[in-house]
Design a protein around this ligand. Structure first.
Ligand code: TPP
Ligand code: MG
Length: 292
């Protein structure tokens, strides 16, 4: 059974038996009136237990040390700092996994992702669109270096030409600069047992924070775990758009996964069994769940 406001979404992803078009709240209330045999609590308890377990795994992943930075921790640290009226925009890449695992958004904070087409380069443009729609709300963009090199670097020029008109000046672009098209690197390892192919996966170096400074914005380079919180704090209290460059984040938990093997069963296990020689560690490798 699927309830959706938009009839076009009903049954568009999974086979369903019944499609109901309407607002989930009132539709569920109408359904409850028709439920017979009382309300079982077993399934709810099971879901609650699963969520509790999942959040524990997420916390463990974020707490796993990495050299020099664990990207899950960098994204997780945003969670407690997100303004209640923020808007989030995401590019495509491993950052979507970290967002899905590590951020619990306050009610009313929307997040924009390229969910169906997964078009890289959408992050900064989505952020700009969010700012045009609601200039009085702070915007946070989460992106990889690949997305930045597709459009983000150029679109910062748009930000520069517009930011002084915005009622709230906060526009934070967080770049996970891992020098790699990491999501695909790991997809190819896992789906095709293919080792990392640097000729196609490596990205050229680019000074993201330095470039932001050159444009008259604020650029912050984060190179160690103890700088992460202060960087988010500075960006979310700044009087102009800020780019935070997380320099060389590496996925700690997946560090041991050689190409073509099954994933590590737990973050600790993955981290314990040594380093990865084939390139930056990626999202598919650790734990049981691979897709946001
Ligand atoms: C326009 C486009 N080209 C290619 C892809 C395939 N793709 C998905 S994620 C990804 C890598 C993203 O790299 P980056 O932005 O650096 O993020 P990372 O995974 O390294 O954190 C690629 C090539 C895509 N989704 N969209
Ligand atoms: Mg990258």
């Amino acid at each position: 059974m699927q309830i959706d406001l938009n009839p076009r979404n009903v049954g568009n992803r999974y086979p369903i038996e019944v499609g109901l078009v309407g607002d989930a709240g009132p539709t569920l209330r109408h359904l409850l009136d028709r439920v017979q045999g009382g309300r079982g609590s077993g399934w709810r308890a099971e879901v609650e237990e699963s969520v509790r377990r999942w959040r524990g795994i997420a916390a463990e992943r974020a707490a796993t040390p990495a050299d020099p930075l664990n990207p899950e921790s960098a994204i997780r640290e945003l969670g407690s700092r997100l303004p209640a009226d923020a808007q989030l925009a995401l590019d495509v890449g491993s950052v979507v996994y970290w967002y899905a695992r590590q951020l619990v958004l306050p009610p009313g904070v929307p997040a924009h992702v390229s969910g169906t087409l997964a078009s890289m380069g959408c992050g900064v443009p989505y952020g700009i669109a969010a700012k045009f729609a609601e200039p009085a709300r702070p915007v946070v963009v989460l992106t990889g270096d690949g997305g930045m090199q597709m459009t983000g670097v150029a679109e910062l020029i748009t930000v520069v030409s517009r930011w002084r008109d915005w009622a709230d000046l906060r526009f934070v672009v967080a770049v996970l600069n891992n020098g790699d098209l990491a999501e695909v690197t790991w997809e190819q390892r896992e789906m095709e047992s293919a080792p990392r192919f640097p000729e196609s996966q490596a990205l050229p170096d680019f000074p993201y924070a330095g470039y932001a400074e050159l444009l008259g914005l604020t650029g912050i380079r984060v190179t160690a775990p103890d700088e992460v919180g202060a960087a988010w704090d500075a960006a979310l209290t700044a009087d102009r758009p800020v780019l935070i460059e997380f320099d060389r984040p590496r996925r700690a938990a997946a560090a041991a996964l050689p190409s073509g093997t099954r994933e590590a069963r737990s973050p600790a296990e993955g981290a314990a069994s040594g380093g990865d020689r084939n390139g930056p560690a990626g999202p598919q490798a650790a734990g049981g769940v691979r897709r946001p």
